[in-house]
Design a protein around this ligand. Structure first.
Ligand SMILES: Cc1ncc(COP(=O)(O)O)c(C=O)c1O
Length: 387
């Protein structure tokens, strides 16, 4: 069935033309039992080839939490990337396809016992931490393993800040490096996270300044570090342009070359930037209503079954399937299918009026969508289709 979508120029500036046309071609050819997430594998390949290429001595680990679909994991694995994981579920996924432990790290600073037990028997050997209790736990389960301390760094300008829950200040970080050594672990380095969807390039500058200060304190204490794990945070385009990965990496590389020893190893843990702009959510309009001067549009994906980040500040771009005569734009309140009044994705979005059962595409929705989805109210978790 040939479908008509209202595509505007800015849409092809948000996702690439190649990704969009591939998705539209798919929708013309296949049954569309919505909702589902289309993932353009070529876009992932392109992103994987870019991330880290301008940072000397870097290794890239895909943050599985962004999208743990097994097809994506297999694809990323074939591209030779490592993986960053946080839980026994993520480790099971990797073990099911035989990913070698040497390609797995865990940067969740507070790990479950079940995970530590499983990571120990699988042979994972790199872990983040930010407390004495965590050192004691890791030392019990995986004596002698490599650990890196999580430093708290500014997250201003990141649309999904992460700094409050984890990370310690310089003095505490230095004390924790010593403590890890005393407990028989191998304190190898420092990690930080500038915040997810970080559109402020200076966050990397301040994080690297702080990491350098800690590096020097450690050096004075006789702790010889060799690893800097710069976390994730690379932004993607949702509704506007953002700094390019290459520009961030060139800046980061210059700062590292200027401040740190030559032979330092760099780990990078991107999640959103690997899969986010490769994804287009395909949803259907299931209802419309006019209430108290608001036009409501109900679709079959909402806050609970895929669009959780919309309540934390992430705004998406949308394409509607619409007949030519209905192309006048109206302001809509976009809501999900559940009975909960919390299930409102966004207010005041200008869209041409779609028909009931018409499709609504949500761009740049490959990351932190399906991985957050629940079956609340009996709506199933949308499937992911790699194209
Ligand atoms: C420890 C850690 N590493 C990497 C990531 C991935 O970050 P992003 O998706 O912003 O690249 C996260 C995201 O929450 C994280 O907590």
């Amino acid at each position: 069935m040939l479908r008509t979508f209202k595509i505007e120029k800015y849409h092809t500036e948000i996702v690439s033309k190649a990704t969009l046309f591939k998705a539209l071609k798919y929708l013309d050819k296949k049954e569309t039992d919505t909702p589902f997430l289309l993932i353009d594998s070529e876009k992932i390949r392109e992103k994987v080839s870019v991330i880290g290429r301008n940072i000397k001595n870097s290794k890239v680990f895909y943050a599985v939490k962004a999208n743990p679909d097994i097809g994506i994991i297999r694809f990323v694995n074939k591209l030779g990337m490592g993986f960053e994981i946080a839980s026994e579920g993520e480790l099971s996924l990797l073990s099911s396809i035989g990913v070698k432990p040497a390609r797995i790290i865990s940067s969740n600073p507070v790990k479950s016992f079940k995970f530590l037990r499983m990571a120990a028997s699988y042979g994972v050997n790199y872990f983040a931490y930010d407390s004495r209790d965590e050192v004691d736990k890791i030392a019990d389960f995986i004596p002698g393993c490599n650990v890196y301390v999580r430093l708290s760094v500014p997250n201003e300008g990141s649309e999904w800040p992460l700094s409050k829950k984890f990370g310690v200040e310089l003095d505490e970080a230095a004390a924790l490096l010593s403590y890890a050594g005393e407990k028989g672990l191998n304190p190898v380095g420092i990690t930080f996270h500038v915040g997810s969807q970080c559109t402020n390039i200076y966050n990397w500058n301040s994080a690297l300044d702080k990491a350098k200060a800690l590096w020097d304190i450690a050096d004075r204490k006789g702790i010889r570090l060799n690893l800097l794990n710069i976390g994730g945070g690379y932004p993607i385009k949702y509704t506007k342009n953002v700094i390019e990965v290459d520009d961030i990496d060139r800046n980061v590389n210059n700062l590292i070359q200027e401040k740190f020893p030559q032979d330092i190893k760099i780990f990078i843990e991107p999640g959103r930037a690997v899969v986010g702009d490769a994804g287009i959510f395909v949803t259907s309009v299931i209802g419309k209503a006019e209430r108290a001067d608001e036009n409501w549009l109900y679709i079959d994906v909402g806050v609970f079954n895929g669009l959780m980040e919309s309540i934390g500040g992430i705004k998406y771009s949308y394409i509607v399937e619409t007949e030519r005569e209905k192309r006048v734009k109206k302001k809509w309140t976009l809501a999900g299918p559940s009975c909960d009044s919390f299930d409102v994705i966004e207010k005041g979005i200008a869209l041409s009026e779609p028909a009931i059962q018409g499709l609504l595409l949500i761009l740049s929705s490959g990351a932190y969508t399906i991985s957050y989805a629940s079956e609340f109210n009996g709506f199933s978790i949308p499937k992911t289709v790699l194209i």
